[in-house]
Design a protein around this ligand. Sequence first.
Ligand code: BG6
Length: 523
Amino acid sequence: MVDFQLTDCIETQKRLLALTYMLPGNFTIGSARKGHLTMVSRVIPVDTFDLVIFGGTGDLARRKILPSLFRRYCAGQVPDGSAIIGVARGEMDDMSYRQMVAEAVREYGGGRGCEDGTLDHFLERVAYQTVDALGDRGWPELAKRLTAAHIRNFYFSVGPSLFGALAKRLRKYGMTTPDCRVVVEKPFGRDLATARALNQTLAEHFEERQIYRIDHYLGKETVQNLMAIRFGNVLFEPLWNSQYVDHIQITVAESVGIGGRGEYYDDAGAMRDMVQNHLMQLVCLIAMEPPARFEPDAVRDEKLKVIRALGPVAHHHISRGQYGPGEDGTPDYRTAAGNPRSTTESYVALKAEVQNWRWAGTPFYLRTGKRLKARSSVINVVFKNLQHSIFGEEAGSHTNILSIRLQPNEGITLRVTIKEPGPGGMRLIDVPLDMTFAEALGAEAEDAPDAYERLIMDVIRGNQTLFMRGDEVEAAWAWTDPIIAAWEARGDVPKPYDSGSAGPGDAEQILARDRREWIGFTP
Ligand code: BG6
């Protein structure tokens, strides 16, 4: 282990801090050997900004946006003079809004690691403006709250039907600048036609370089790590193709149900809610060619090529499910959705094919669902068996598997084959080379910024790498639409599955037909 060193480098540019730590760390191989690790963490300064949150009293603002901003403030990344302006239709003054923000920060953990008194300082930067999105009330007052020299960011944390109205009024009241940014949330449409219409609406008021479409999975530390693992190591990339990879499994399992989001979810289902965006992004990062540079359009061009290479999915390569009641008394899907006849899926598994030179013949099996036995997102890259074993048949067949755990227990495990210790011939066993990031990287890994923290600061820095481009979203819908249309045409009814299970039984069949099986998921 390296000796503990801490090097603090504090540059003060107003309140901007740049901290550099050298932290102690270790990684384990199995659990036997310790190694060395040096980590550098930096808080990158941003310019003074104004951030206007439309939907400033809504669920997303309270759960994610405001607590994330507070944490960035605590980290020293919110420069003095910056303003955070919550906007909504309801009447409220600055003081009441600040109180709401303070409650949100306390409730949703925004204050982790922050000192006493910091919240009060943060709240001084927070204000509220009542605005009528469809009328003229409040807009001139909002315009007066903005400072000419600041980077302007408009966060549309509202339904997509309001995007056009907001954009029009921002322009009418002189708030848009050539450098301003607009942030939009998913769902970005519910099919290709609606996504195109939204893109057109935004394009009437903003250039593509100003539009930040959030998929919060791209802000997750471990999701970005996929690129680091692939393109930062020489080890994996030569094997990262259909010659060596037998198949890939992507599981995003949730133990929670649809909660209070029944109306939205019942209209969307797992395909629209998770596969079209989050799982699609994971497929892209696993399958894409190395971009020439880690730059927004270079990365997004490569992701787009993957989406466009996805083949159509045959009916028998899909499993749809809907969860039943939980043993602990939690309601079944239909009750939670308030729709006793609902045919919306809360689970989907499918076999996808990336039809290009690198991946032809290597299936990507995807599955995601709610009320499953564990919350667990993991990608398993299953390598091909040896062409020839010098150890004979009795040594059995062994498979190398690279498992990338996205959440929880973030880390990677490589299953390798070794000799079973002891006399009695050459017996082979598979053992894990395991690295759990929290163990290896210590406090730094545990305190990694939440996806929203990273993404919001990227907006302010003007870095679009982790945001979806318009053509990417459209291509994802173009692949998803025929799958959903086929269900609708057939009147497909999802199979029931038990809450707390691994999902419907026919998801097993998708792999069984290919003589494969799902790798179990655990938290
Ligand atoms: C959201 C979906 O985008 O992602 C939710 O709308 C889902 O249904 C959530 O629960 C999962 O996100 P995470 O970060 O908890 O994996």
